[in-house]
Design a protein around this ligand. Structure first.
Ligand SMILES: N[C@@H](CCC[C@H](N)C(=O)O)C(=O)O
Length: 287
């Protein structure tokens, strides 16, 4: 089977995109295709697969599969890439439009021209803070902010936030010493998070600036995570390290994102999206 694809990335968090406006895939193909196409040794190489599809409720729809073939409900960097692709390929009429995700609807505004969108702002909606909705086991009805968290060799404090997908945020004094490769793969599968969790380590530089590293559920260490950056800024505000309503610069391994959380309202994400490669993936297993 020959599958047309485009590779885009948001701050080097890269995905292979298949446009289902033009090409059809069967449901049972999606998880195995994600594993094969994203494989860095035998496939194209990326952090996962994203499908851009027609939607009955929004201008365009997005589905995201991690490197291990698991499907996630949301992807911030993916949303900016989908917005860039949709506008540059005339799938949408205006520079502001809606995108359907499995976590709900968001609104994106592209910055640039039909030939080249360089930046996208997304209204990511309100964060979900109630423990059982993240979901995280424990006493229901409460927020999880600065709670003691036994991670085996590490005694940490967690703030848990869902941006449609679950995030466990840990503040550290020095990002270079964060236990990303040791605690990351353990916490992501911790039974206190029944659906797994994305794990973020944050060093605050000032009220409006932070360093960020992530171990993503289903993909491992990536260069950036858009929903993770949103969750990190929400966590900083819940812990009174940052103010409501002000843009916070998040320094990720792959570049910067600009995040703002309005009190009792939406989280706004602004950042780059770039296209690098396009072509046809000849998928032996799909033949
Ligand atoms: N990189 C993404 C998040 C992708 C999904 C995540 N690994 C999950 O399983 O929830 C982003 O930019 O938000």
């Amino acid at each position: 089977m020959d599958i047309p694809f485009v590779k885009l990335h948001g701050l080097k968090n890269s995905y292979i995109f298949v446009d289902l406006f033009q090409f059809q895939l069967e449901e049972e193909m999606l998880a195995p295709l994600a594993i094969d196409i994203a494989d860095r040794n035998t496939g194209i190489g990326s952090d996962g697969l994203i499908l851009i599809h027609p939607s009955e409720t929004c201008d365009v729809g997005m589905r995201i599969f991690n490197l291990d073939g698991s499907e996630a409900m949301n992807c911030g960097n993916g949303l900016r890439c989908v917005a860039k692709y949709a506008f540059e390929n005339n799938l949408v009429d205006a520079d502001t439009f809606t995108i359907q995700t499995k976590a709900g609807q968001v609104e994106a505004q592209v910055h640039g021209t039909r030939k080249h969108v360089h930046e996208v702002t997304v209204d990511m909606g309100a964060p979900i803070l109630q423990r059982e909705l993240i979901p995280m086991l424990g006493e229901e009805g409460q927020q999880v902010a600065d709670e003691a968290f036994d991670a085996g060799e590490e005694q940490l404090r967690v703030t848990a936030v869902s941006m449609g997908n679950p995030h466990a945020v840990f503040f550290v004094d020095n990002i270079d010493n964060a236990p990303l490769y040791t605690a990351g793969p353990v916490i992501t599968n911790d039974s206190r998070f029944p659906e797994g969790v994305n794990v973020e380590f944050i060093e605050m530089v000032s009220e409006k600036e932070m360093h960020f590293r992530v171990w993503e559920r289903g993909s491992g260490v990536t260069q950036a995570c858009g929903t993770g950056a949103c969750a990190a800024v929400v966590a900083a505000i819940l812990n009174k390290k940052s103010p409501y309503g002000e843009e916070v610069t998040v320094h990720l391994s792959g570049g910067d994102l600009f995040i703002r959380w309005e009190k009792d309202g939406s989280v706004w994400m602004r950042g780059a999206a770039e296209k690098t490669v396009s072509g046809t993936f000849h998928w032996e297993h799909g033949a």
